[in-house]
Design a protein around this ligand. Sequence first.
Ligand SMILES: [Zn+2]
Length: 172
Amino acid sequence: MTTGTNRSTATNRAIATDTAAVATEATGAGSAAGATRLVDDGLFADVAPPRLAGARCSGCGTVVFPRQESCPQCSGGTMTAHVLPVRGRVWSWTLQAFPPKPPYRPPAEGYRPYHVGYVDLGEVLVEARLEVPRADIRIGLEVRLITVPAYLDEDGTQVLTFAFEPDPEGER
Ligand SMILES: [Zn+2]
């Protein structure tokens, strides 16, 4: 999980030198301050590369995301942790043309319209931000999971959320 990364990044920041700051920027590891965290650790099973943490019903096989304690389809099963596939296809999409209501927080550089939609991962539909250019977005587009900057915390920590981008290994 990222907690280790967060901790070491925070340490780097505390003892930051110009060299360390340059190195952080060179690797593209988050904000200028260098510290990053996930918007919600509970959504992720892994971070580098990112994997989403869903749950699967032992009774009927239904997969849900985010995780929940009971099955939405049956009452007999128990829900166990289930790591979701990282590749899927755009199932529906729309343009988020204006800032959503709180708890949405705009990114540091200010709000700009972005695509959102559902991605069909085969076993479950996941609602997500779609980092796909306007010219390329379409239903059925093959996409893969990534993390993207969402906003800055009060202390300058870059908060990451999940999104999908066009899959370079997908058919074009
Ligand atoms: Zn079930």
